[in-house]
Design a protein around this ligand. Structure first.
Ligand code: NDP
Length: 246
């Protein structure tokens, strides 16, 4: 367990499933004060057994994002770490994907992350210390077939993270990007569902259906990692000793 002095107040989104769920569990087990956020609170019930505080949060609701950060600060006196992990992939051919769906993906993956970050920064600046961990993807650097909009969101996450790292450095705030490869979670099924659905009756249907099947096969196979590799990366970012700011 971490020493009392190294105990961090952490808010992590996407804690109802996959890597966010596992990371919340691990960080709480290490002795940190962890707040797990997601829409499906019932899916986070098991986390409370590990001492994780759960917050019902849709990251597309900017006021709710402010409230979530506000709750951590009210209860812990600070927010040391924000882990922006909530996200999803809505795969589909560019011609097929409705602009509303593309926009929604940006709302979750990019603007949700931005809203939480904006809410956390003043508190971190005030204490001249803090870490923002953004879960991007290998797909923040290269694209996969029919994943155009997903990759567009993750490329955006990379750009914002790199820009913020420079801006926030003088306040003792660090920005860490995590770029996982394929991880066995619910992510691939959700992406494949969107892909099959968006192509129905259209020119790309046959290719899309084959691609979706391929994704499901690939993500249930041996090539994909378990969430623990990402949990380790998040844990390293949380527990890293950083030089004091100027
Ligand atoms: P999961 O689908 O298992 O988990 C996604 C989490 O995001 C859920 O807890 C979900 O909670 C949350 N979420 C989705 N939409 C919203 C929303 N509107 N508001 C709040 N929370 C939301 O996937 P992973 O664990 O794999 O994904 C975690 C992150 O890792 C994502 O950003 C994903 O893009 C990224 N990633 C995944 C990879 C993989 O191969 N699995 C590879 C690289 C990156 P709820 O639905 O309850 O709100």
């Amino acid at each position: 367990a971490v020493k009392a002095v190294d105990k961090k107040a952490i808010l992590i989104t996407g804690a109802s499933s996959g890597m966010g769920f596992e990371a919340a569990k691990e960080l709480a087990s290490q002795g940190h004060s962890v707040y797990g956020a997601a829409r499906r609170v019932e899916r986070m019930a098991q986390l409370t057994e590990y001492g994780v505080h759960t917050i019902e949060l849709d990251v597309t609701d900017e006021e709710a994002c402010k409230d979530a950060v506000g709750r951590v600060v009210a209860e812990r006196g600070r927010i040391d770490v924000l882990v922006n992990n909530a996200g999803y992939g809505s795969y589909g051919a560019i011609e097929d994907v409705e602009i509303d769906e593309a926009r929604r993906q940006f709302d979750v993956n990019v603007f949700g992350l931005a809203a939480l970050t904006k809410a956390a920064l003043p508190h971190m600046r005030e204490r001249r210390s803090g870490t923002i961990v953004n879960v991007s993807s290998m797909g923040g650097r290269l694209v996969s077939f029919m994943g155009g909009w997903y990759h567009a969101t993750k490329y955006a996450v990379e750009a914002l993270s790199d820009a913020l790292r420079m801006e926030a450095a003088e306040f003792g705030i660090d920005v860490v990007l995590i770029e996982p490869g394929g991880i066995k979670t619910e992510w691939a099924d959700i992406a494949a569902d969107h892909l099959a659905e968006s192509s129905k009756g259209g020119a790309y249907e046959q290719t899309a259906v084959k691609t979706a099947e391929g994704m499901r096969r690939q993500y249930s196979g041996k090539m994909m990692s378990d969430p623990d590799v990402v949990v380790r990366a998040i844990s390293r970012a949380v527990n890293a000793k950083r030089p004091r700011p100027r």
